[in-house]
Design a binder for this molecule. Structure first.
Ligand code: FMN
Ligand code: ATP
Length: 281
């Protein structure tokens, strides 16, 4: 899979070499079940038309530019997104620089310059995808904005428990420490890449730590894994129940967040002690 960092300076060069393609559109932070359905639908459309499959995403996230959110809780860095797109059969990943100039493009300008002139013959996105200045364009206007040159497939809402699965909901669950719900939305336990040094695990950027608390996790590197407990506090993540710490836990690791531990008061002899148990056993 090729990744193309697209901006207004290099757009013309990519338009010149463009060939026919199906394009899936959206930010795709955290790649949940709704996102996967959009990309799988686009894959099917590309296969039927015997053309390549591309995804167009935007960085930084439009909400950080339009909503003025200085602190935005990304769920995964672009490198993780790339890996997942590759697994889903994407040929080209266009990552468009989202700045105020780009956000100011009218719906028609965006569709002409970034879709039609890049060879898009079919666009796929979810029912709530919007584009163009003030998000004025949507899945009902895309075909018309393209002068009838792009066909459109709209993916229906994918839900869990009667609610839209969304990156926003995943961020909320993480910030509540509710990591055990996440497999229902993303298909597996949430993972964070980090650097281990002694008892301290330092997450790489563009991941979101769950709320402060103790968690049952799996730590793994390319060769080994261990189930253990970690504590999240305002300073970061620390190992709380491995002593001595094995040497393979130094360096690049993945933290797989299984569940939050519940604090319980138990009486041992005459004294009260706090112990931590899994929420669900
Ligand atoms: C050309 C273009 C201009 C946009 N301008 C705005 C804007 O002015 N205000 C806004 O809130 N979002 C704007 N957006 C963001 C979209 O509304 C939407 O959030 C983005 O395309 C990602 O879609 P998704 O959230 O469905 O993944 C723009 C998007 C595009 C492609
Ligand atoms: N639950 C869903 N069902 C169907 N399509 C979805 C769903 N969630 C997102 N999509 C589509 O996937 C693409 C990427 O969406 P986007 O990145 O906005 O995800 P999101 O989960 O809605 O994000 P956020 O909560 O940050 O707005 C868009 O085309 C969007 O319409």
């Amino acid at each position: 899979m090729e990744t193309i960092y697209l901006n207004k300076e290099n757009l013309a060069a990519y338009q010149e070499v463009a060939s026919a393609k199906v394009m899936a559109l959206g930010c795709f932070d955290g790649l949940h079940h709704g996102h996967v359905k959009v990309i799988q639908t686009a894959w099917q459309e590309a296969k039927e038309r015997q053309v390549s499959l591309s995804v167009m995403s935007f960085f930084p996230h439009p909400k950080t530019i339009m909503g003025g959110k200085a602190c935005f809780h990304y769920l995964m860095p672009q490198s993780e997104k790339e890996k997942r797109f590759c697994e889903l059969g994407v040929d080209t990943f266009y990552l468009v620089e989202f700045d105020r100039d780009f956000a100011g493009l009218s719906s028609q300008e965006f569709v002409k310059e970034y879709l039609v002139n890049l060879g898009v013959i079919h666009a796929v996105a979810g029912y709530d995808f919007s584009y163009g200045s003030r998000g004025a364009g949507n899945m009902d206007t895309l075909n018309q904005d393209s002068g009838d040159r792009i066909d459109v497939t709209t993916v229906d809402k994918v839900e869990y428990n009667g609610e839209k699965i969304s990156s926003t909901r995943i961020r909320e669950l993480l910030l509540e420490g509710n990591v055990e719900e996440l497999p229902y939305l993303i298909g597996y336990s949430y993972e964070i890449k980090c650097e281990g040094a002694g008892s301290v695990l330092t997450p790489f950027s563009h991941f979101t730590l769950p709320a402060p608390g103790r968690y049952d996790v799996i730590l793994k590197n390319k060769c080994k894994s261990i189930q253990t407990e970690v504590t999240v506090n305002e300073k970061g993540v620390t190992l709380t129940s491995i002593d001595p710490i094995p040497s393979w836990l130094e360096g690049n690791l993945t933290i797989v967040w299984n569940q939050r531990m519940k604090a319980e008061k138990v009486q041992m002899g005459k004294k009260d002690h706090t112990i931590f148990r899994p929420l669900f056993v």
